[in-house]
Each structure stands twice: as structure tokens, then as C-alpha cells.
Design a protein around this ligand. Structure first.
Ligand SMILES: C[S@@+](CC[C@H](N)C(=O)[O-])C[C@H]1O[C@@H](n2cnc3c(N)ncnc32)[C@H](O)[C@@H]1O
Length: 474
């Protein structure tokens, strides 16, 4: 690991101070009872013991009392005063030296950041990396802030701050290292699953973990197939496969995402369930639909499962990493061939590119005209049953500043989706099956997930057919 010298010469003597407190000289045999009854009233300062020897008397120990009581015995609660009186315990004044090691992160920050500047309260962590979002004023104290966060959080080895706004296609951020090692590849654990990630090359957001859990729990059923159109390094795809045995077609345009996606598939041993792609999202869904005509796959017999003799049931050996790796196409190939019929019909499309995923919905206009009806059940539905029922559920994300009013937010997304589908039936609010406010992105905007079934008029839209009918009508 690369390590760098601290970027700040934080003068730690500024944290030194002394406080005066009360110490109760308690007979050794009463210490357990005292601690049992008055634990919460004892001094609580990191790295300072609250039971200390009494010089020259082994029959007693000093129990240090909370600093909020100062040195005034009258400020102690009545039940403690009574205990002290009943057991003839002596109270004494004691001076305690406090230094950098004995104060919290917040207390240390309070010392280096002047009044009037907001003290940063937290950071988002990814493996060993903490990343913050310091504002202009806080940036003046950035290296001290970085050093303090680093030293007060033992699991953290690198502290960064984001710089500017995310503006590029791959949604990666510019950053500055504030403290610690300059190693940006790390391993994040989400829901017990390990994800390798280099946060300088790919998008990652730990806070979205809860949202992924929601979608997996609420919508994905065993046997479903998911198209993860903007999958990043695969947090949803790999989790859906690991948690529920869901099959996933996972795609991201960023070659670095593709690299880490493949690593995460291999290390989590889901290569039979998650097929990686590195394509433009629109091309990817079109490809997935067209694959339903892939004769090689259609003609292939489904693998027959050997009947298992319960008496001779052997536990299946988990594949090795090498075996998993061998299931993937070489990394310079960006399309994983579908080899199994069960991947040809997908039930969900997950569109987590909140900046402009809604506009990517145009990819679905008319794409099912070229789908294999045998797989997509277009023709063989009984009379009266909509052929659209086999169409996938779409889970599309977007930001809106209408974050105080759900009705307005819903109207906003309905209008945006209707604009995309304007030539093929538009879009109305009643089509929305779930409208979920994810999290406050900032004070001014929110991220929503809109879930709806792809409308039949969109999926099978054919401009030529309509034109012909119009002409015929004339
Ligand atoms: C907001 S990130 C979400 C990633 C992932 N779903 C997650 O939660 O970590 C959006 C992803 O879309 C990818 N992306 C951007 N434009 C794309 C496109 N045209 N086609 C496919 N992926 C794209 C970016 O590289 C990025 O990884």
C-alpha cells in the first residue's frame, strides 16, 4: 500500500487541557456494588480509566465521577450522596490531564474549525476509504479535518473530499486526498457480500444499499430474470443472484465497471447467474430482446437435472475462482453470449442512472416487434388477456426538485415519461405501480424510483402500421 506523509502539521498541543473532578475513595470490597449502581455517573473519557489506585492505600480505589459534577459534592444525585454517607466514603478533588487521544472526533474538530463554520459531522465510507463533501469554508481546514477523521476512525485508511459536481457519463467524481494512503481500490461489504471497487474509476454509493434491498425484497421473485441496464460494478445484480438465485443480464458502458463487475461475479461465484455486458444501455436492451430469436439457444435442449437420491445426497462442491473465471468471455469481449433459454425472457429492467434514465426509455419503443413470440407470449394469450402482461416491469430512477410534494413529484415524472412515449400512447399516472422517494439527495432535490409495467402500445409500437391505417382510412 502506498503511504504518504500527513498533509498537515496539526499541532496536537492545542488539544491539551486539564479538568477538575470528584473522586470517591471506595473500599475495594464495595467497588462492584458502586459500579453496579452508579455506572452511568462515572467519568467517561476515551482512554482514561475511571477506577484508579489510591496512592499509599491498597484497601481503597478512586472511582472518578463524571465531569459534569465538577468538584461540587452538592451537585451529585441524592441516591449517590446517600450511598457515600452510608458507607463513609471520602470525596476528593482530582486533576485530570486531557489530550488529543482523550477527545472525540467532533471535539477535536471544534478546536481547529473556527466558530461560524459548520463542523463536518460524517462521511460516507467505502471499504477503507472515507469520502466527504466539504464546502468552500470547510475546505480552508481540509487537511486538519482529514487528519482528524483518519486518526479518530481506526477502520479508515484514506480520507478524500469530492471536488465539484459529477458531470461525466460514467458518474465518477473528482476528489482530493486529505489524509492517509493513496490507494483507491477497496472492498466494500454490502449485506454480507463483497464488492471490489476503485472509487476513482467507477460509480459507487454505499447509501444506495438500502434501496437495492427494497427492490430485491419487494419485486424480485425466484425464477425472475433482471436486465440491469446501468449496473455499475454489479451491487444489485450480484446481490439479487446471491440472495435469491435471480438470473441477471448486467450491463455498464464504463469498461472499468465491466472489469470490477466481472471480478465481483467471480469472487461471489455467481457466473452461472449473472451475465456481464459492456454496451450502451439502449443497445443492450435491444440486444437482449433480439436474443429471443437466437436459434442456437432455442434449439438447445434444456439441461436435465439428474434425479438426486436422498440417501446418497452429496453436497455440491463450490466452484473455485478459476472455474468461475473460465465461465466468462475474455474481458476484451463486451457481449456475453446467452447460452441458456431461461435468460431469454426478462421480467424486470432496472434503470439506475438518475440523471437521464427516463430519457433512455425511448429504447423500448417498438423493440418487441422483433421479439420471438414463443418467448414473449405475444400471440398465444387467450382471448381477452392482454399480450402486454408478459412485458417487463421497469424500475426507472430520476431526480426532482419537487421533493416536498409527492403529488407534484409524481406529476413531474409522469410528464417526463409521457414526453418520451408521446408517439405511442403517452403515459398516465395510473400506470405507476410504485412511486418511491429514495433519499434526500440534497436540500433541494430527491431521487425517486418509478415502477411501471412497460405499456403494450410502447413495446409493440409500429409507426408504419399506424401510417398505413391512416391512409386506408382516407
Ligand atoms: C448512477 S450509476 C449506478 C450504478 C449502479 N446501478 C449502482 O447502484 O452502483 C450509473 C451507471 O450508468 C453507467 N452509464 C452511463 N451511461 C451509460 C450508457 N449509455 N449505457 C450504459 N451504462 C451507462 C455509468 O457508467 C454508471 O456506472
Amino acid at each position: 500500500m502506498e503511504s504518504t506523509a500527513p498533509r498537515t502539521t496539526l499541532d496536537k498541543s492545542i488539544f491539551d487541557s486539564t479538568i477538575k473532578i470528584l473522586a470517591a475513595a471506595v473500599p475495594v470490597k464495595l467497588i462492584g456494588k458502586f459500579q453496579g449502581q452508579f455506572k452511568s455517573l462515572l467519568l467517561q473519557i476515551p482512554a482514561i480509566k475511571n477506577v484508579v489506585p489510591v496512592e499509599g492505600d491498597k484497601t481503597l480505589k478512586h472511582l472518578l465521577l463524571d465531569k459534569e459534577f465538577g468538584t461540587d459534592p452538592e451537585s451529585l444525585p441524592d441516591n449517590l450522596k446517600q450511598f457515600i454517607k452510608d458507607n463513609e466514603i471520602k470525596l476528593e478533588e482530582k486533576e485530570i490531564s486531557i489530550g488529543y487521544a482523550n477527545i472525540s472526533c467532533h471535539e477535536a474538530l471544534e478546536k481547529v474549525i473556527p466558530e461560524g463554520v459548520v463542523i463536518p459531522t460524517g462521511f460516507e465510507s467505502v471499504g477503507h476509504i472515507a469520502h466527504m463533501n466539504l464546502n468552500e469554508e470547510q475546505m480552508l481546514y481540509k487537511y486538519d479535518i482529514g487528519q482528524i477523521f483518519l486518526e479518530k476512525n481506526p477502520a479508515i485508511k484514506t480520507v478524500l473530499t469530492k471536488v465539484g459536481h459529477i458531470e461525466n457519463t460514467f458518474r465518477t467524481f473528482n476528489f482530493e486526498v486529505l489524509a492517509g494512503e493513496e490507494t483507491f481500490e477497496t472492498t466494500q461489504n454490502e449485506d454480507g457480500i463483497k464488492f471490489d471497487v476503485d472509487i476513482t474509476k467507477v460509480y459507487w454509493c454505499s447509501r444506495l444499499g438500502q434501496e437495492r434491498s427494497r427492490v430485491i425484497e419487494e419485486f424480485f421473485k425466484p425464477g425472475d430474470v433482471v436486465c440491469d441496464m446501468f449496473c455499475g460494478i454489479g451491487p444489485l445484480s450480484v446481490r439479487a443472484a446471491k440472495d435469491k438465485g435471480i438470473k441477471v443480464l448486467a450491463n455498464d458502458l464504463n469498461p472499468d465497471c465491466y472489469h470490477y463487475l466481472r471480478r465481483n461475479i467471480v469472487q461471489n461465484k455467481v457466473a452461472d447467474l449473472v451475465l456481464p455486458f459492456c454496451m450502451d444501455g439502449r443497445e443492450f436492451v435491444k440486444h437482449c430482446v433480439l436474443e429471443s430469436n437466437n436459434q442456437d439457444v432455442l434449439n438447445k435442449e434444456e439441461e436435465k437435472k439428474e434425479p438426486v437420491d436422498p440417501k446418497n445426497k452429496k453436497k455440491k462442491r463450490a466452484p473455485s475462482q478459476k472455474e468461475e473465471e473460465e465461465k466468462l468471455v475474455p474481458e476484451n469481449e463486451t457481449i456475453t453470449p446467452i447460452k441458456n433459454r431461461s435468460f431469454l425472457h426478462f421480467d424486470h429492467v432496472y434503470m439506475n442512472l438518475p440523471m437521464d434514465a427516463v430519457e433512455f426509455l425511448d429504447a423500448f419503443i417498438g423493440i418487441f416487434n422483433n421479439a420471438n413470440p414463443e418467448i414473449w407470449n405475444k400471440e398465444d394469450k387467450p382471448e381477452g388477456v392482454s399480450k402486454g402482461e408478459g412485458l417487463p416491469l421497469i424500475h426507472v430512477y430520476g431526480f426532482t426538485t419537487e421533493n416536498q410534494d409527492t403529488d407534484k413529484a409524481k406529476e413531474y415524472f409522469t410528464t417526463r415519461i409521457a414526453e418520451v412515449f408521446k408517439d405511442c400512447g403517452g403515459f398516465t399516472e395510473d400506470k405507476i405501480l410504485k412511486f418511491h422517494n429514495n433519499r434526500e439527495v440534497s436540500r433541494v432535490s430527491s431521487m425517486y424510483c418509478v415502477t411501471f409495467r412497460l405499456p403494450e402500445e410502447v413495446a409493440y409500437y409500429n409507426p408504419h402500421k399506424r401510417q398505413k391505417t391512416d391512409e386506408e382510412g382516407e
